[in-house]
Design a protein around this ligand. Structure first.
Ligand SMILES: [Zn+2]
Length: 258
């Protein structure tokens, strides 16, 4: 084909690629939006579970505290009763026996007081932990609510954009000769985005491999649409276009697999 026809077709394909670039971005947005939320949901669930564990611990500690207090009160009452009885004992042997009993009761009570102190320390520790978790829990919950609301709007917006891009795509495609368009579509459904890429300084801008010199010469001549022998994508010479943003395709992150 003539150079003019060639350039015309390349221009049309690049135009189509631009629409497909936009479609690709919107589709990625649609895909990643719920995933971002999922991550946040998982983080919230983890904090929520952590919070519930601390709450359980606190309930358990409070029960223990209550039980201990009751036991301590009980024992104190019993010691008091024994002290009163002590006044009424008749002989020394009985007196000593009662003293020993009171001693051991007081000892038990002292160890219970110690246990109570330890419990109170643990309670304080868990209460502090809960306060810290609560701050995180609150912040995450608020963020989650905002993001959930935002997601619906984001998806809606993306769908609208996608719809109009698809219409634009149909228009742009119609201008391209059928066999050329079919060739583009053949690659599009088989290879990862994109389909047509610029060759700069003899190097394919998608796979970063130099095209063979003979292919590069043919490419510069611009008479038939060529493919990159390495990544199989359609190629064009970046200098065939005066507008750099139109032709010399902006560098895209190169995926690892190709
Ligand atoms: Zn390539």
């Amino acid at each position: 084909m003539s150079n003019a026809v060639y350039l015309d077709q390349i221009k049309q394909l690049v135009e189509l690629q631009k629409v497909d670039d936009a479609i690709f971005t919107v589709k990625q947005e649609l895909e990643s939006a719920p995933r971002d939320l999922e991550e946040l949901e998982q983080r919230f669930e983890a904090v929520d579970a952590q919070r519930n564990r601390v709450l359980d611990k606190l309930t358990h500690l409070q029960e223990q505290q209550k039980r201990l207090s009751l036991e301590i009160d009980d024992d104190s009452a019993r010691i008091k009763k024994s002290k009163n009885k002590l006044m009424q004992v008749g002989n020394t042997r009985e007196y000593h026996a009662m003293m020993r009993e009171m001693d051991s009761m007081e000892k038990v009570n002292r160890s219970r007081e110690e246990e109570k102190m330890t419990l109170m320390e643990e309670l304080q520790l868990q209460t502090d932990t809960l306060a810290e978790i609560d701050r995180n829990h609150c912040a995450l919950k608020a963020e989650l609510e905002v993001r959930r609301e935002g997601l619906e709007g984001k998806i809606q917006n993306a769908r609208v954009r996608l719809e109009s891009l698809n219409q634009k795509r149909a228009q742009v495609s119609k201008a391209i000769p059928q066999p050329v368009f079919m060739r583009y579509e053949f690659i599009r459904v088989r290879l990862e985005h994109p389909v047509i890429v610029a060759v700069k300084d003899g190097v394919c801008s998608r796979c970063n491999i130099a095209v063979p010199p003979q292919t590069f010469i043919e490419l510069q001549r611009g008479q038939q649409i060529l493919s990159c022998p390495n990544c199989q994508r359609l190629i064009f010479w970046c200098e065939h276009f005066s507008l750099p943003e139109e032709a010399a395709a902006t560098p895209r992150p190169t995926p690892l697999t190709d």
